[in-house]
Design a binder for this molecule. Structure first.
Ligand SMILES: Nc1ncnc2c1ncn2[C@@H]1O[C@H](COP(=O)(O)OP(=O)(O)OP(=O)(O)O)[C@@H](O)[C@H]1O
Ligand code: SF4
Ligand SMILES: [Mg+2]
Length: 373
């Protein structure tokens, strides 16, 4: 971001309405029908992509949503932005129930909720100039900013660290990181209050990822925009998110403020994810050899998830109870307010404790996806 640039004053944290959450999601569910049969195709099952999640995002807050591939992160993002119709539950934005709002009802808030996508290559129209892409949301919503659209586009290019003179160039003339900056500029075009960023850096080179995360962080802080930041691993959201939710097979299994989740995780799955993040491995910080929990088995199918606790087929602590009773997402004794865990037999609040039977990998390795996928 250009240091000389004067940004608008940050919005008050209570932009939702005094102290109220900006976004509230309750028992949100999305089941995709599975068709089969011949000659008549019928619904024979459902992919339980998102299965009853609750979350709250406050104005100006950055909320991280983490979990391995297929756990329902993108579906959650698309439900929040109402690109998908929920099967059940509610989505409330600034006090308004938008769960089943139609196009007309959504029109006034469309500009306030924006999305940044994972792939900066496919999310930009290659035949449009950068100026056209960034001003697209203004055109669609019939917005004529003071000083004209071109001036606003130049301003946005400068905010995201690109040369304002390049508004006439095409996406292929930019690098991957620069293209994602264009995506950020487009998301900012209408002064949104909430941005859902779906793995915004996963497709970028590691060396570029930090730059884009820093840009988003600046944007969030300077402009007071709330973020739902979706990522595969806890390392990416660590510095960006004030609160973090961990998803597994369509459910939130642990949620809390960043420090609680990273320093005092309680769910075995969160422990496993954290053990793959070298920089937050407390055992290592305490001088002990780094141990990595290598989860055994594959993620079960969301068409027929395990009964009781969905993590039980890969959990080293599973008992009979875990197969018959679904653990509620609750605050455990000693945990901070807002730190909730769904587990019958939670871990001690430290990453150092490991249970018998866990497959440990003593070779320090980078947190690639394959460890938990
Ligand atoms: N349109 C759809 N029709 C049927 N199933 C779908 C559809 N979209 C997603 N799914 C399924 O829903 C589940 C959750 O998908 P989703 O894309 O939300 O996961 P994700 O956590 O974003 O994964 P990734 O990290 O790979 O992006 C997956 O099993 C996926 O195959
Ligand atoms: S409820 Fe049981 S299976 Fe699920 S995470 Fe806790 S101990 Fe493991
Ligand atoms: Mg996804």
């Amino acid at each position: 971001m250009n240091e000389d640039l004067v940004l608008p004053a940050p919005r008050a944290r209570s932009a939702g309405a005094d102290g109220d959450p900006l976004l509230e999601v309750s028992a949100l569910t999305k089941h995709f029908p599975v068709k089969g049969g011949f000659p008549i195709r019928r619904t024979i099952g459902a992919v339980q992509a998102v299965d009853g999640i609750d979350l709250t995002v406050h104005a100006g807050e950055s909320f991280g949503l983490v979990g391995e591939s297929g756990c329902g992160k993108s579906t959650t993002g698309r439900l929040i932005t109402r690109l998908l119709e929920p099967t059940g539950g509610t989505v409330t934005y600034r006090g308004q129930d938008i769960t089943h709002a139609n196009r007309k009802e959504l029109a006034p808030i469309r500009s306030e909720i924006q999305m940044i996508f994972q792939d900066p290559y496919s999310s930009l129209n290659p035949r449009q100039t950068v100026g056209k892409i960034i001003s697209g949301p203004m055109e669609v919503n019939g917005i004529q900013p003071e000083g004209g659209r071109e001036r606003r586009v130049r301003e946005l290019l400068e905010i995201v660290g690109l040369n304002p003179e390049h508004f006439n160039r095409f996406p292929h003339e930019f690098s991957g990181g620069q293209r994602q900056r264009i995506g950020v500029a487009r998301a900012l075009a209408l002064n949104p209050k909430l941005i859902v960023a779906d793995e915004p850096v996963s497709a970028l080179d590691v060396s570029i990822q930090a730059q884009v995360v820093n840009l988003l962080q600046e944007v969030q802080k300077e402009l007071g925009i709330a973020f739902v930041f979706i990522a595969h691993d806890l390392a990416v959201v660590r510095h960006f998110s004030q609160r973090v939710a961990v998803m597994y097979l369509g459910k939130i299994i642990e949620v809390g403020d960043r420090d609680s989740i990273y320093a005092r995780p309680r769910h075995p799955y969160t422990h496993a994810l954290l053990s793959a993040v070298p920089e937050v491995n407390l055992a290592e910080e305490a001088g002990a050899p780094r141990e990595r929990i290598r989860l055994e088995g594959d993620v079960p199918s969301p068409i027929s998830p395990p009964s009781g606790c969905r993590f039980r087929t890969r959990c080293w602590k599973a008992t009979e109870k875990c197969g018959t009773e679904e653990p509620p997402l609750i605050r455990l004794s000693g945990d901070h307010h807002g730190h909730l865990t769904a587990c019958h037999f939670p871990e001690e609040p430290t990453t150092e404790v490991r249970q018998e039977g866990v497959v440990l990998d003593r070779n320090p390795v980078a947190p690639e996806k394959d460890a938990t996928e």
